[in-house]
Design a protein around this ligand. Structure first.
Ligand code: GLA
Length: 354
């Protein structure tokens, strides 16, 4: 049954709009997006579909095809640390924009895992904002929608993320990567070269961005940037680089990760354009090392998975997303993909392919 038909079955009338938004995997460029640096995410095949309609009351009803029952929350309800916060935050923003006010009936269908580092929250918020704009007959620019979606995370959820996820899920489609400059929001869509396969594998270690460790890293980057008198920690001049070397740890290590990660991302983008798999894979491996050692955002279990991935024939492997758990992304030669993934999952119970 289509989502619209399920909506009719659930709420007794047609939705005013539907929207479909994919999750994303970040190929390289971690924690660079709020430091003025480069990122290179790609859309994944999994997606979130939503259908909604205003209901004329002051209560919002949220139903997911994954669970039985309906969650009802009053309009304007502040966050409660539940998954429905992302929907309530998006509706709070839609109301502020004049796109949708009052209570809303919402139906969500998703196969994007949450707590996995593949941007389920950005996809849900973006889908709701898009459908809200359509309900209001507003032609919303995708970059503006991404900015609004980020504001939901920053202001309603209290998660100080950058803009990578919102732009990636809003602009990318499977099969290509989005080379994004987060300083001026310019971007380029790059086809993933023939013969390259990126596999996304859940480590089995769940993560919550709201658990405080992402924010701690964000604040360390802010402190390093303040000490170096810059807004863009990724883009230091040579005097600032010298000053960075004199920062106390952990600020020096955090700054070293984001500056080197920015350069690796720029080089990886060039390598992808040139179909240079060896260079791209090397940069992924260096990125993981920096993320684990300087940014200290990995875990021993994930480091062991990355080491085994590379030892068993993956060309490149790294932890993807905000850190501390979730998915790894692995670069494989396409002809080896199916066998390699099957053997890897067998060797590591608890992991699964996203
Ligand atoms: C999360 C955030 C992004 C970005 C990544 C790390 O996904 O939402 O803004 O900072 O972590 O690269």
């Amino acid at each position: 049954m289509s989502l619209s038909a399920q909506f009719v079955a659930a709420y007794g009338r047609a939705p005013t709009a539907t929207a479909s938004v994919p999750g994303r995997v970040n190929l390289i460029g971690e924690h660079t997006d709020y430091n003025g640096g480069a990122v290179l995410p790609a859309a994944i095949e999994r997606k979130i579909d939503i259908a909604l309609a205003p209901n004329g009351s002051s209560t919002t009803s949220i139903q997911s095809t994954r669970f039985n029952g309906r969650i009802e929350r009053p309009t304007g309800d502040p966050k409660r640390n539940e998954w429905t916060d992302y929907a309530m935050g998006a509706l709070w923003k839609a109301d502020a924009l004049g796109w949708l006010s009052g209570g809303v009936d919402l139906l969500i269908e998703s196969n994007v895992p949450d707590g996995a580092g593949v941007s389920s929250s950005a996809a849900l918020i973006t889908a709701i904002l898009r459908a809200a704009a359509e309900t209001a007959n507003v032609k919303a620019d995708p970059v503006d929608v991404a900015k609004h979606a980020r504001a939901v995370e920053n202001e309603y959820i209290g998660m100080p993320c950058g803009i990578m996820d919102q732009l990636a899920v809003g602009l990318a489609s499977p099969g290509s990567a989005l080379a994004l400059n987060t300083q001026d929001l310019s971007f380029e869509v790059i086809d993933i070269p023939a013969g390259w396969s990126f596999a996304v594998i859940h480590s089995g270690v769940r993560r919550e961005l709201a658990d405080g460790r992402y924010k701690a890293r964000f604040e360390e980057c802010q402190s390093a940037a303040d000490a170096l008198e810059t807004d863009t920690l990724c883009l230091l001049d040579s005097a600032q680089q010298d000053a960075m070397e004199a920062l106390p740890d952990p600020l020096k290590k955090r700054a070293r990760h984001v500056t080197s990660e920015h350069l690796r991302t720029v080089q990886a983008t060039a390598a992808m354009k040139a179909s240079d798999l060896e260079a791209f894979a090397r940069l992924m491996n260096e990125s993981h090392r920096s993320y684990a050692e300087d940014f200290e955002a990995s875990t021993p279990e994930i480091d062991a998975l990355i080491a085994d991935a590379v030892d068993s024939g993956a060309r490149g492997a790294r932890l993807t997303g905000g850190g501390f758990g979730g998915c790894i992304v692995v670069l494989l030669e396409s002809q080896l993909e199916a066998d390699w993934i099957g053997a890897f999952l067998d060797r590591h119970p608890g992991t699964w392919q996203v």
